[in-house]
Design a protein around this ligand. Structure first.
Ligand SMILES: [Zn+2]
Ligand SMILES: [Zn+2]
Length: 334
């Protein structure tokens, strides 16, 4: 079978052939056909996130089961011919976090496509409990979006009030997933802030409610607000801090972005103004089930945000294509 491996030292991808080992009896084997590219792939290719030589990327995965059967993460039966999406953060089920249902913060987590081999290959084997079945109603090209959508679901469920204005910082794929998810889950006033002009114009083609700055999005004071920071940089955190004198006490901020490893918070913000500040990382199996539903319901809008590219014709220029892409969401056809 073929595999596409990545060499971080040179930035090159290489297509190799490898032996197909017999399938572990309790696993399923899938043939991946669409894989989404996201910010974490970009940070690997930009060298911001160190990975081992020979890593196979690909963690937003859908494919058809070619062999094996079992129960998926929702408890549904899987068998040959079913389409699934992979839950690519394998949790251990035994650590302190897992035992309390916090599978997303598992201390022994294996992240495929990042810390273990991903799915840019002809076949991919996995434990069926890390898959979710998607039926024919979901367009296969959209199915990889269930993973980033689950990131958004997890973050959005942390807000206590759906009727506060929500400001989503960042118009990347997580930003737009968050916008769509929040609307779908009944948040009535959602606004995206994207500072970069070209990205903002691209977004405006698909959704209204796109603003240049938090101040613009805030408009006339509406009482406490929800802020979702999908960037998580020093700059975006500082922007939120600056709002502390303006927005009403009782506002809530959730940070799902991971751009800066460290930032400081001014006590005037979250102590004196009593503004809640929470972190949010990936998702639990339950979030995946909700995300599958959101992708099904918002298919028309989401479809417009996709750019499809055939992986086999672009292996040589893959790094540049991914790093320099201005697509809202790039999907590789395998
Ligand atoms: Zn991703
Ligand atoms: Zn665990």
């Amino acid at each position: 079978m073929w595999q596409i491996i990545y060499h971080p030292a040179t930035g090159n991808f290489e297509k190799i052939s490898a032996d197909l080992s017999p399938l572990n009896g309790s696993f399923i084997r899938i043939r991946p056909d669409y894989i989404g590219v996201c910010g974490s792939d970009k940070s690997i290719l930009a060298g911001k996130r160190k990975v081992y030589d020979g890593l196979i990327l690909g963690h937003e995965i859908t494919g058809i089961i070619s062999e094996g059967k079992g129960l998926d993460l929702a408890g549904d039966h899987l068998s040959e011919g079913d389409r699934v999406v992979v839950f690519p953060n394998y949790y251990c089920g035994e650590c302190e976090d897992c035992r309390h249902g916090h599978y997303n913060t598992c201390r022994n987590k294996i992240s495929i496509g990042v810390t273990a081999q991903g799915a840019l290959q002809e076949f991919f084997d996995l434990n069926p409990k890390f898959a979710i079945r998607v039926d024919e109603q979901i367009d296969p090209e959209l199915a990889p979006l269930i993973e980033p959508m689950a990131v958004a679901v997890h973050a959005i469920m942390k807000f206590s009030d759906r009727h506060k204005r929500m400001i989503v910082i960042g118009g990347g794929s997580v930003g737009i997933s968050s916008y769509v998810t929040a609307k779908c889950l009944g948040f009535d006033d959602v606004r995206i802030v994207e500072k970069v002009g070209i990205k903002r114009e691209e977004l405006k083609k698909h959704v209204g409610d796109v603003y240049q700055s938090i101040d613009d999005a805030l408009g006339v004071s509406t009482g406490p607000i929800n802020i979702l920071d999908t960037v998580g940089s020093m700059e975006t955190i500082n922007d939120i801090e600056k709002l502390s004198g303006v927005i009403a006490s009782g506002s809530e901020a959730v940070v799902s972005g991971l751009e800066s490893q460290e930032y400081s918070l001014n006590q005037a913000y979250f102590v004196r103004r009593e503004i809640t500040f929470r972190g949010s990382i990936i998702y639990t199996p339950h979030d995946f089930i909700i995300a599958r539903d959101v992708v099904g319901r918002e298919a028309d809008l989401l479809k417009k945000t996709l750019t499809l590219a055939d992986i086999h014709t672009m292996i040589e220029g893959l790094k540049d294509r991914i790093l320099n892409s201005t697509d809202i969401k790039l999907i590789l056809k395998i």
